[in-house]
Design a protein around this ligand. Sequence first.
Ligand SMILES: *[C@@H]1O[C@H](CO)[C@@H](O)[C@H](O)[C@H]1NC(C)=O
Ligand SMILES: *[C@@H]1O[C@H](CO)[C@@H](O)[C@H](O)[C@H]1NC(C)=O
Ligand SMILES: *[C@@H]1O[C@H](CO)[C@@H](O)[C@H](O)[C@H]1NC(C)=O
Ligand SMILES: *[C@@H]1O[C@H](CO)[C@@H](O)[C@H](O)[C@H]1NC(C)=O
Ligand SMILES: *[C@@H]1O[C@H](CO)[C@@H](O)[C@H](O)[C@H]1NC(C)=O
Ligand SMILES: *[C@@H]1O[C@H](CO)[C@@H](O)[C@H](O)[C@H]1NC(C)=O
Ligand SMILES: *[C@@H]1O[C@H](CO)[C@@H](O)[C@H](O)[C@H]1NC(C)=O
Ligand SMILES: CC(=O)N[C@H]1CO[C@H](CO)[C@@H](O)[C@@H]1O
Length: 509
Amino acid sequence: MSSSSFKEIPAMAYPRTLVSIVASAGGLAVFLLIASSLLISGPIGSTFSSYFYGVVDHTEKDDLLSSGDGSGNRDAFEAFRSNLTIRNNSDSGDAVVESQVGEMKPGDSRNMRGQEKVVNVTNNAEKVSTNVQKNNTNGANLTDSVNTDCDLYAGKWVYDSTGPLYTNSSCPVLTQMQNCQGNGRPDKEYENWRWKPAQCNLPQFDAMKFLELMSGKTLAFVGDSVARNQMESLLCILWQVEVPKNRGNKKMQRYYFRSTSTMIVRIWSSWLVHQTPEPFDFAPTGVDKLHLDLPDERFMEFVPNFDVIVLSSGHWFAKKSVYILNNEIVGGQLWWPDKSRQMKVNNVDAFGISVETIVTAMLKHPNYTGLTILRSFSPDHYEGGAWNTGGSCTGKEKPAVDKDLVENGFTNIMHEKQVAGFNKAIKKQTNKSKAILMDITKAFSYRHDGHPGPYRSPDPNKITKRGPDGRPPPQDCLHWCMPGPVDTWNELVFEILRREFVAKKSNPS
Ligand SMILES: *[C@@H]1O[C@H](CO)[C@@H](O)[C@H](O)[C@H]1NC(C)=O
Ligand SMILES: *[C@@H]1O[C@H](CO)[C@@H](O)[C@H](O)[C@H]1NC(C)=O
Ligand SMILES: *[C@@H]1O[C@H](CO)[C@@H](O)[C@H](O)[C@H]1NC(C)=O
Ligand SMILES: *[C@@H]1O[C@H](CO)[C@@H](O)[C@H](O)[C@H]1NC(C)=O
Ligand SMILES: *[C@@H]1O[C@H](CO)[C@@H](O)[C@H](O)[C@H]1NC(C)=O
Ligand SMILES: *[C@@H]1O[C@H](CO)[C@@H](O)[C@H](O)[C@H]1NC(C)=O
Ligand SMILES: *[C@@H]1O[C@H](CO)[C@@H](O)[C@H](O)[C@H]1NC(C)=O
Ligand SMILES: CC(=O)N[C@H]1CO[C@H](CO)[C@@H](O)[C@@H]1O
């Protein structure tokens, strides 16, 4: 929870004062309006597809909940529930726990359902993971005493030759746009950096132990394409010990891990708040209206089914939309017909309000008793300009060191507003559920090397080098390569859950 600003940085990409930062946020929005339609590939993607070099990810189905009239949600909900109740912890004979890597057989998972789960799975996990993962001394230990004091987000990146938890070839659910190695990225060192909190170690992700911790539970990623990025990273990691059953449907992606009855879910929501296309007051059709004080009802109805929810939003606030608060139009992004009228809420403020709204809604939900993890704003690295004005992460092969970290005014102010919104929501906390801020923004501002850059498609003819005029090639400096730094988010989630669940067990008061 750093309220800290970044250290003094010599190279300033953006002006410092609030006014000019907000202004530059508007300027950046021009790039994001276009870039995000595809980069943050969502329901609106196709309009701008030709702008982004004709590369469209046809596998993306992010409009899970936004397609259609919404009347199908109830049915989906019922189906979801019934599938939750019919699932059975006992082996029914069909070998569901397939062994992709290693020696794990369906029978091995039987012990995992014993009474003394933690102890026996720990043994099991060690047995299996030696076949799957490289030896590591930072391995998580569910039974370790839980140090809940150590700040996970203050630290540094350290080189670790152990390498990633999976490869592009051992994970079949990796979106091609993030398959940097598969898309020909020549360097690979960006896969080998681990996050080291200053006061403790971040345990390496142990897939078996994670599944055990999440035994009988459902974890949902809700939000934009960065949520998808993180969900796929988690699936890739877990895939190494168990191939899940795909139980997805039109409304949401769902993967079910039979051995521990763990469900991983993803639901698309661009802004996390209520959104309508209908005309409103002086705002016509054709521009999204965001009700900043109402949560996105299309996923709220599913919330009671979840045990852990990881929220991701932010970048869509650079897209064209109208902001509505208390049934009144208070502002707009890339939309404000009456220039003589003052906007009350700009896009960064709108983001802050939306965060307060959604976290409050989770905390006050009458039927939600789970844990909400708000993943803080994910920094992008279009350094030296916007996506179309020379901004680039091309050629970055190592994390930044302090002296060449590029300050990003938009990231900073978005982060600031998000933290403020979160803190306001936390004040309204009841006993029912809990929310935690997973504050990765600063740590990831160093990872300009972790984006696909120009390696966002397998096209052998794509441009990957700067042109003779110095213009960088088209690139994605927003999403994260897989494997890559994004895997660390799941290690952080793992550690958060370990602290929450183990601390609760050993400290039930
Ligand atoms: C429920 O599970 C069955 C069997 O795995 C699957 O065929 C069906 O699509 C699932 N329904 C939903 C809504 O996920
Ligand atoms: C669930 O498992 C129990 C045994 O543990 C078995 O008796 C029961 O029939 C199973 N139910 C289903 C729906 O498979
Ligand atoms: C793990 O370490 C042990 C001893 O430290 C060694 O015998 C074993 O071969 C190692 N396994 C792998 C997969 O590196
Ligand atoms: C887990 O903790 C137990 C008991 O403290 C210890 O013997 C074991 O080596 C630990 N395992 C790992 C992977 O740290
Ligand atoms: C994985 O990356 C390697 C290069 O490291 C590449 O040769 C291979 O085709 C990729 N596999 C997939 C499935 O993308
Ligand atoms: C909470 O659960 C109760 C009882 O099942 C139900 O009547 C109510 O509609 C639920 N409220 C929400 C907001 O889901
Ligand atoms: C929280 O829990 C305590 C005791 O468990 C109870 O006295 C208190 O009323 C609860 N507060 C709310 C807001 O539910
Ligand atoms: C439920 C279960 O399988 N428990 C076993 C856990 O491991 C210990 C020792 O390895 C056994 O004694 C238990 O029976």
